[in-house]
Design a binder for this molecule. Structure first.
Ligand code: BDP
Length: 738
């Protein structure tokens, strides 16, 4: 007799006839139906966009014939990680991993490698020229009459990038039938800047501590480092500056270099080089010298030896990032030398090893009374042409400082002889920290597409940055990372999208941010169009919403002092004028805005004439930059027909309304996402709603003391009197400078 086990006891198995049999059949059907329902499992976001959850059954069936075998050599570390990722990814997505084979022997093989690593590729007539060291192609081919898919590159890392792309095709449900893709990065150095201190504090970090556990390095290699590397490689990031630009010289001591070398060892198979922020005065702090003068031969020797020591430990070390003579950091000017003297001295010692210097242009001096907007340009443009060829000048997004919306930095287009890197901020210091849903893709895109007119129309910032405008051999994009020890890495689920879009745009600055958002949503949450469409709409409108409720119409730098949390348009006094809000908004009884026209600070003249003319003209300047460049009367008209005051209030309210719309939209999407992530996002949107209202109310209450105009009809008055908002204090807000 057949037996079945229930609660550990054997029972005779009933036949399939009779009432019990019918009941059993009904139960099985019900259970089967339940099993087929897409029940969302609780997720904490750790897996980012590399979740590899099983695809819908129909999709799996369509894909499986293409993915029967995997032919991918695994004799180098990079080859091994590519193969492991494919097995993990395909196994997860398809429910079963392909069979690993040494040579294709069945239809539906996937071949991954280089002509050197996989001789089978050599005879296929693949055109790998032009793909460079990091590019790849993905193509559907016939091999001995059998259909196959090829991921081919000139290097192992190219093949790794191609492997991630293949996985992305599946994750986003693209057809695999007639593939013919070629990809090569348009920018050479695609680098994250971690503003991480050695005590694991992250400056402007809102996602926990630094992921670098310096204390336990080099002996303990947290598995997180590997997952960090996987995530970066999946979007093409190939460099990481491990420590804060406000640097501690300790990182250059032997003890720390051993730790850096250990990290470099984890990141290397993924094509990621490590860089360090170098403190310019390190020869004095850790070298026992009494000067760090870049023209002093003893100082030069110290750095030469230091470079040799680093490269002995880390042969592929990327180079140094330097913040010098800015916000109190030491630099060459302390010794009467120029930025070029300083950068070139370091470049000289790195050059024999193949390293670069990324020298930041974020400078503004204590003594300089000029409009802060102008200072980087004033200092750096005269140095164009005097940097060594392994120096890149790293220019912030915006002449002021990563504000919610800035016109492009006037240095772009103004230093044709120097490779200029773009430095975007991914962490949202000025955009609501980690709680506000603000997708930065549209902001990055707006800036990259801005036309500098430097060499005629079409001289976009993207072309300056990728080096194509001026024919530079090196190029780079940096992003100030939003990564920390929080389980979901970025402090919120949606902030993962900012890491993602940064990487994708660094690879190809001409991509559009909507496409990237769609891709990310499909990989991170769900591919159901009923979910993707509204969520992408939320993301695409979110940057403008934040600009509206924080700093509409070109207002800027109005955040709370120091910590930058919440509104502080009233901030004045203190050590320097350009660290106050009143310096930037210049509100008076008559009007508001910073006059940077030819009759004001004349910052407009730092742009090429066609741009300057537009910015200089209050009728032609994009309204989003109106008060950035112009001081305008409260009663002047804007394009909507409203007065400036009414428009300002309207935009504040519009920003709040947009957040309310996001809340409603998200509420309607319950069930498409696991309850855990849905809940946190819902709560964070509630915080954003509350803080958007706070921004609106505090700003209106404050600016009304100047305009002395009534609120437009239908506009609710601020919830509290101005004094209430001014009295709020946040001594423990995260991320403040230590
Ligand atoms: C500012 C940040 C400050 C950074 C500085 C920089 O508030 O923490 O050190 O930028 O980029 O926006 O150097």
């Amino acid at each position: 007799m057949l037996h079945t086990t229930v609660n550990g006891r054997q029972h005779p198995r009933p036949g399939t006839g009779g009432r019990f049999g019918r009941w059993l059949r009904r139960m099985s059907v019900a259970l089967l139906a339940l099993a087929l329902l897409p029940v969302a499992q609780a997720e904490d976001g750790y897996e980012l966009w590399l979740r590899y959850r099983p695809l819908e059954a129909g999709q799996q069936l369509r894909y499986r014939p293409h993915l029967a075998q995997l032919v991918a050599p695994a004799s180098t570390p990079t080859q091994r990680v590519a193969r492991e990722e494919l097995l993990r990814g395909l196994g997860g997505l398809l429910g079963q991993a392909p069979a690993v084979a040494d040579a294709p022997s069945a239809a539906g093989a996937v071949l991954v490698g280089t002509p050197a690593s996989l001789p089978a590729l050599a005879g296929l007539g693949l055109d790998l020229e032009g793909l460079g060291d990091e590019g790849y192609l993905i193509r559907s081919v016939e091999l001995d009459g059998r259909p196959a898919t090829v991921v081919a590159a000139n290097s192992d890392v190219g093949a790794l990038y191609g492997s991630f792309h293949l996985l992305r095709l599946l994750q986003t449900r693209q057809p695999l039938d007639a593939l013919d893709l070629r990809q090569a990065p348009k920018v050479k150095l695609r680098v994250l800047n971690h503003w991480d201190d050695l005590d694991r504090y992250v400056e402007r970090g809102y996602s926990g501590q630094s992921i670098w556990n310096w204390h336990l390095l080099p002996d303990w290699l947290d598995p997180r480092y590997t997952d960090y590397a996987r995530a970066n490689a999946s979007i093409g990031i190939n460099g990481a500056v491990l420590n804060n630009v406000n640097a501690n010289a300790q990182i250059l001591t032997p003890m720390y270099l051993a730790k850096v070398a250990a990290l470099a060892g984890v990141l290397r198979p993924y094509g990621i080089r490590v860089y360090l922020s170098a403190r310019f005065s390190a020869p004095m702090e850790i070298g026992g010298m009494d000067t760090a003068d870049p023209l002093d031969p003893a100082v030069q020797r110290w750095w030469k030896d230091k470079a040799a020591e680093i490269y002995a430990r880390i042969p592929d070390f990327g180079g140094f990032l330097v913040k010098a003579n800015s916000e109190g950091q030491p630099g060459p000017q302390d010794f009467g030398r120029t930025h070029a003297d300083g950068a070139n001295m370091l470049a000289e010692v790195l050059a024999p090893h193949g390293g670069v210097v990324m020298w930041r242009a974020f400078v503004y001096s204590h003594e300089e009374p000029d409009d802060r907007h102008k200072q980087a340009y004033t200092e750096f443009v005269p140095l164009d042409g005097s940097f060594r060829d392994n120096v890149l000048v790293q220019v912030k997004n915006g002449a002021i400082d990563f504000q919610p919306r800035e016109p492009f930095h006037p240095l772009f287009g103004a230093m044709p002889k120097t490779p200029l890197m773009m430095e975007f901020q991914i962490t949202k210091e000025y955009l609501g920290f980690a709680t506000h849903l603000v997708y930065l893709g549209p902001m990055y895109e707006e800036v990259l597409r801005a036309d500098t007119h430097a060499a005629g129309p079409g001289s976009t910032v993207a072309k300056v940055v990728d080096g194509s405008l001026d024919g530079h051999a090196i190029s780079g994009i940096a992003g100030v990372a939003n990564i920390g020890t929080d389980r979901n890495w970025s402090g919120s689920h949606f902030d993962q999208a900012n890491w993602y879009v940064f990487g994708r745009l660094a690879w190809d600055p001409y991509l559009d941010s909507r496409t990237v958002a769609e891709e990310w949503v499909r990989m991170t949450f769900s591919a159901d169009p009923a979910f993707v469409e509204p969520v992408v709409a939320m993301m695409m409108g979110s940057h403008q919403a934040a600009v509206d409720y924080m700093t509409p119409l070109g207002l800027h730098h109005l955040m709370g002092r120091g910590h930058h949390y919440g509104p502080g348009p009233w901030v004045e006094g203190g050590p320097r004028a350009d660290w106050t809000s009143v310096y930037y908004h210049r509100a008076t009884r008559e009007g508001i805005g910073f006059d940077r026209t030819t009759s004001g600070s004349d910052a407009v003249s730092q742009y090429a004439p066609p741009v300057a003319e537009v910015f200089n003209d209050p009728e032609r300047v994009p309204e989003d930059f109106l008060l950035w460049f112009h001081h305008r009367p409260w009663t002047s008209r804007v394009s909507s027909g409203r007065s400036l005051w009414d428009e300002l209030v309207h935009r504040y309210s519009r920003g709040v309304a947009q957040v309310e719309w996001m809340q409603r939209t998200w509420d309607g999407l319950r069930g498409h996402v696991d309850a855990e992530r849905h809940h946190q996002i819902e709560r964070f949107l509630a915080i954003q709603r509350k803080e958007a209202q706070w921004w609106r109310d505090a700003s209106i209450a404050y600016f009304q003391t100047f305009s002395r105009l009534p609120l437009p009809e239908g506009e609710a008055p601020p919830e509290h009197p101005l004094e209430y908002y001014k009295a709020l204090e946040f001594p423990h807000a995260p991320g403040d400078t230590q």
